[in-house]
Design a protein around this ligand. Structure first.
Ligand code: ATP
Ligand code: MG
Length: 364
């Protein structure tokens, strides 16, 4: 994404139609939902160079495959090329592949303890912006089914005795399609491989799910706060029905896991909802920094080993906050790959860390 070349019309068409398809009326509206600045967003849509991490984040938000999109960007349509190398450190988008996921051992033990027993129970994941909530949801969904050869050596994956019987459904409320009740219900039914009723209203949805749900099913809801604030169709009646589905009609086979900045009941209150749905979350995982040994494991995953004094410096500066560890590691790795001597990587790393400095404030 670093070079500026002639942009393929196919690319422009693909990204602009993805914008519309995802319900964003304009690029500036879309810009409010992603980390990069509006000018970066505009560059992306114009096919101009954009930092790799932002390119991937924007593609993910538009439900586009970034490799496919970047292929289409500048090359003739009948040429295919794929980026073979994968990033060792990821500094922005959520971690989607479990191989790149580190830490959270305590929270994972608790969450899987709840999920491996009948009846399933509900849980909430709470933490500051950028602390790792979405990454944890992706990990839960993928770790038990990803082939062993795609994981790190010794990486734990046998959390469930029978992972094959579980259904995992990911709902991202930042995806504007999820603000429509019908779309959301469709999405859940589709992922359960059940026949979608017409019309797919709340009553029919309840009937179909309670009649057919036999296997343990976990609905992961990311950015639930956005759902509550923006989606008028997702009203108290809607949430009460979901609660009653989970507690009374699915034989203990349905659970919800929410990711949010504040506790579910506070969230409901602050957004004018009174629904008892938000009181069913027995276990709450409060995401904070990694333990030192989790942070060391992440640093040790570098393809070029870091000198011991650099490991100590990164641990100290990052206070073991995952995104800060990733940023400093990424700078250190780059300098080692380029054969640079000196400490310029430290300055660069500290500069890159600045926009996430709120994560070091322990008082919040
Ligand atoms: N378990 C993890 N292992 C490795 N890196 C992580 C982990 N969790 C988070 N990170 C780092 O933190 C970044 C942000 O993660 P993520 O998007 O999951 O956070 P979030 O809490 O969902 O953020 P937001 O509040 O903006 O939605 C990732 O790009 C990655 O650098
Ligand atoms: Mg997130």
């Amino acid at each position: 994404m670093a070079r500026s070349q002639k942009v393929a019309p196919k690319y422009l068409q693909q990204v602009n139609s993805a914008l519309k398809r995802n319900g964003y009326p304009s690029k500036s509206k879309f810009g409010e939902h992603v980390t990069p600045s509006l000018s970066t967003v505009k560059n992306f849509f114009a096919g101009k160079p954009v930092d790799f991490e932002y390119f991937v984040e924007i593609c993910q938000k538009l439900a586009l495959d970034w490799q496919e999109v970047s292929d289409k960007k500048t090359l003739p349509q009948n040429t295919t090329i794929a980026i073979q190398e994968t990033s060792s450190f990821i500094t922005g988008p959520p971690i989607t592949h479990p191989r790149r996921f580190f830490g959270r051992e305590r929270e994972l033990k608790r969450l899987f303890q709840i999920l491996k027993r009948h009846p399933l129970q509900n849980a909430a994941i709470i933490g500051k912006r950028r602390i790792g909530k979405t990454s944890l949801l992706h990990y839960l969904k993928n770790i038990t089914i990803v082939p062993k050869n795609e994981l790190r050596q010794q990486q734990k994956s046998n959390w469930l005795a029978h992972p094959e019987i579980y259904n995992w459904i990911f709902v991202d409320f930042q995806d504007s399609r999820m603000s429509s009740r019908e779309n959301l219900l469709n999405h859940i039914i589709e992922n359960l491989n059940l026949k979608i009723p017409t019309p797919c209203d709340l009553d029919k949805f309840m009937d179909v799910v309670s009649d057919n749900l036999r296997n343990p099913t976990i609905i992961l809801m990311d950015e639930i706060g956005v759902g509550l604030q923006r989606c008028k169709e997702l009203d108290d009646e809607f949430w009460e029905s979901l609660r009653s589905l989970a507690t009374n009609h699915t034989g203990g086979n349905l659970a919800f896991i929410l990711a949010t900045h504040e506790s579910p009941s506070e969230l409901a209150q602050n957004t004018g909802h009174s629904s008892p749905f938000f009181n069913i979350f027995g276990y709450t995982a409060h995401l904070k920094e990694f333990t030192e040994s989790e942070a060391r494991e992440l640093l040790a995953s570098s393809p070029i080993a870091f000198p011991e004094e650099d490991v100590e410096w990164i641990l100290e500066q990052s206070c073991c906050v995952p995104i800060l560890l990733q940023i400093l590691s990424s700078e250190r790795l780059f300098s080692l790959e380029e054969g640079e001597s000196g400490e310029q990587w430290k300055q660069e790393g500290l500069l890159q860390m600045k926009k996430f400095i709120h994560l070091l404030d322990k008082s919040q």
